[in-house]
Design a protein around this ligand. Sequence first.
Ligand code: KG4
Ligand code: ZN
Length: 351
Amino acid sequence: MIVLGIETSCDETAAAVVRNGCDTLSNVVFSQAARHAPFGGVVPDIAARCHVETLPDVIEHAVRESGVEWDALDTVAATYGPGLSSSLLIGVSAAKGLALRLGKPFCAINHLHAHLYSPFMSAGPAAFERACPFVALIVSGGHTVLVHVSGLGRYRVLGRTLDDAAGEALDKAAMLLGLGYPGGPVVQRAGEGGDARRIRFPRARPGADNPFLKGLRADCSFSFSGLKTALLYYMKEHPFANEADRADRLPSIAASYQEAVVAALVDRCDRALGPDATALACGGGVSLNARLRAALTGLARKKSVPLYLAEPAYCGDNAAMVAALAGVGQGRRGPETMDLDANPVLDVSEF
Ligand code: KG4
Ligand code: ZN
């Protein structure tokens, strides 16, 4: 089963060819980060225009690099949600058009399900099933969600962020500190050598009576909006006096802030890992974070469960995880899928 996957849900324009859900033959990602950097976040109009400009080349490149002939592709898959509506539409339309032209089926993939599969990209679907039941943390610029996974396609949301995603919290902090965009990597770099215990930023957890929980577990849910406000007030009260002062204090501020994000993520994973879960998995752009990877490794050791971390190439948005998931029979397919629209608010519980 050879699948061409397309991913345009946010600001990465990506295409990949994957065989049998684990053999990545090509994985091309064009990051638009530089185009959005001046604005400190993704600008939907710019993202959509950029996808239109680059997607044809990215697809060509992915197919050429894979060494697979167009005719040998079995399926064309694309992320159809969640994400930015105008961005999703471009990938979905391209995939439908290609599928028609090649006479192959189109398969529509839930982006969150692709992230759930991403820690098993090299090991494959049998390893995914063997790891079940497990708790998965998807943590990116747009999503922070904890899911109980009992099999491929068998997902139960335990909790999620009620406001900002963890990556968004890092992106906003980076903007406040004048570090650039995307925030995760620059906050990590700025915090190197800093004292993560210098400033105690809040580690907020939604209360059990929070009406936005809508049946989800409070102890598996997140709230990051207070964290950036805490940083804002901290910087108002303790502004940098000069460049030397900035050079002196910035590492500890960045490290302390990152620590608050990581501590919240790890605490909720700890609470989610009950007797009905025998492993922990993590994927999404923020799972690139070295401190988070180390802290999750520590948690897994404490709980005596195996840890499955997405490999760096599959952490951020990529099309290989989309192609892989379609290649193991997941996703929506069949003639009616050709009429399926992009769904910007698609939930983990939906297919
Ligand atoms: O998965 P992704 O590429 O796109 C979304 O679906 O959002 O994740 C992007 C997010 C950004 O917020 C970025 O700041 C964060 O991942 N990120 C990191 C690191 N690298 C990227 N966060 C923490 N540490 C990193 N090293
Ligand atoms: Zn993503």
